[in-house]
Design a protein around this ligand. Structure first.
Ligand code: FES
Ligand code: FE
Length: 430
């Protein structure tokens, strides 16, 4: 079935100049632009859904969102991961109102239509009341057509014509594997999913994780002081770091300090981790860069912090609000006490009340809070740091720039702009 034809489309090319590094903040506030984002950025893109570890046996399910569309992710009887729109085909209520669990069927609590793990409509109360032509086979849940995973991370897209997940990730997968593939044992989830609401457009968070190392020393000054061994403030090598920032043509981005002695410095895992084995598996460049530090975004709204094993989705909730959903990943091979220590470390730094996380959320809410004014909206924002400095450096694949740069931010908005101005698959040749 086709989504409804869309009334009007805004040409956003006057609002974003990705090559020149200028962004009009109307893209964070305008309701029509937001609606267009849901249909042209979110609907056609691969979106993060869950981790494979959340589905251990048939019937395990997890409820999440793709853009603002609620979906249920589940493992069917053949152990295949599938996802469905979480909306009853009868009158539209959610068929699953739990956050996660295990079930045999999804039964709507409004009138009792019930759906199997394969999405089929299996039971209808008072079915005799429907006309002869009523066939339950026509009224199954709407299924997400493409689901795939990369090293435990499950993604889905509504676009049946989307390029494969591995094509969409491209070179970004090399950077992601610095977190996901330490020793071949894979990752698992500890401590459930944290969820919290922030005032602020989802892009403020997504772009920051892609591109913004610039804020770290200022915004996180007090947190860095807390963590410094002398308690006097961050050491010089923390403040003035050299590193690289990766800008992906599909809008992904990653930034990480580079140092031969990069370590999981402040982390419990440091004592346990086998650096020599990681070097042999992933190469020196990754161990001395993205394995132990940095942050990154997979376009559009999935971000992670390799140093913490924190992965998160910035769910859009209107132009001026987002809901953050965050998981903590650990290596499957870690001893239980290291896993627990890692969970607590992540909670204290990048949990909802973590010393770093609070600073970031405060910034996004601050930018959003003053963005309603007419004049405020007409002044463009600056993304020009490192303009023109992107190059192949021979060590890190793809185009990279210095760590302190907006290059991945420009790549993020270049991709956003292209999608916003391209008819999606369901719009045909308009
Ligand atoms: Fe689900 Fe009626 S809305 S059974
Ligand atoms: Fe930050």
């Amino acid at each position: 079935s086709r989504p409804p034809e869309l009334a009007s489309t805004i040409d956003t090319s006057g609002l974003v100049d990705a090559d020149g590094g200028l962004v009009d903040r109307a893209i964070f506030t305008d309701h029509q632009i937001y609606q267009q984002e849901l249909r042209r950025v979110f609907a056609p893109s691969w979106l993060f859904l869950a981790h494979t570890d959340q589905f251990r046996r048939p019937g395990d399910f997890f409820g999440t969102y793709m853009g603002e569309d609620p979906v249920i992710v589940t493992m069917d009887r053949n152990r295949k991961i599938r996802a469905y729109l979480n909306s009853c085909r009868h009158r539209g209520a959610r068929v699953c109102r739990a956050d996660a669990g295990t079930t045999r069927n999804f039964t709507c609590t409004y009138h009792g239509w019930s759906y199997g793990l394969d999405g089929g409509l299996v039971s209808v109360p008072n079915k005799a009341g429907y006309p002869d032509g009523f066939d339950t086979a026509d009224w199954g849940l709407v299924e997400v057509p493409l689901i795939d995973s990369h090293r435990g991370l499950i993604f889905g897209t509504w676009n049946p014509q989307a390029p494969s997940l591995s094509e969409a990730l491209g070179t970004m997968a090399w950077y992601m594997d610095a977190m996901l593939d330490h020793d071949g044992s894979g990752t698992e989830v500890v401590g459930g999913v944290h969820k919290w609401v922030l005032d602020g457009n989802w892009k403020l968070a997504a772009e920051q994780f892609a591109t913004d190392w610039y804020h770290v020393n200022m915004s996180h000054a007090s947190a860095l002081m807390l963590l410094s061994p002398e308690g006097k403030g961050p050491r010089d090598e923390i403040v003035h770091r050299s590193g690289r920032q990766y800008a992906d043509p599909n809008g992904h981005g990653a930034g990480f300090p580079v140092h031969p002695r990069n370590r999981f410095d402040a982390q419990p895992v440091h004592q346990w981790f086998d650096y020599d084995a990681a070097r042999a598996r992933l190469g020196d460049a990754r161990v001395e860069g993205p394995l132990t530090n940095g942050h990154a975004t997979v376009f559009p709204n999935f971000s992670y912090l390799p140093v913490n094993g924190s992965v998160r989705v910035w769910h859009p909730k209107g132009p001026d609000r987002m809901e953050v959903w965050a998981w903590t990943l650990v290596d499957r091979s870690m001893p239980d006490d290291v896993k627990e220590a890692q969970r607590l470390y992540n909670l204290r730094t990048f949990g909802p009340s973590g010393v770093f996380e609070q600073d970031d959320g405060e910034n996004w809410s601050e930018v959003q809070a003053i963005s309603r004014g007419f004049v405020t909206n007409s002044v463009p924002l600056n993304y020009q740091m490192g303009l023109g400095s992107e190059r192949e450096d021979g060590r890190y694949p793809g185009l990279t720039s210095e760590l302190y740069s907006d290059s991945a931010g420009r790549a993020f908005y270049r991709r956003w702009q292209r999608l916003m101005n391209t008819p999606a698959w369901y719009e045909g040749d308009v």
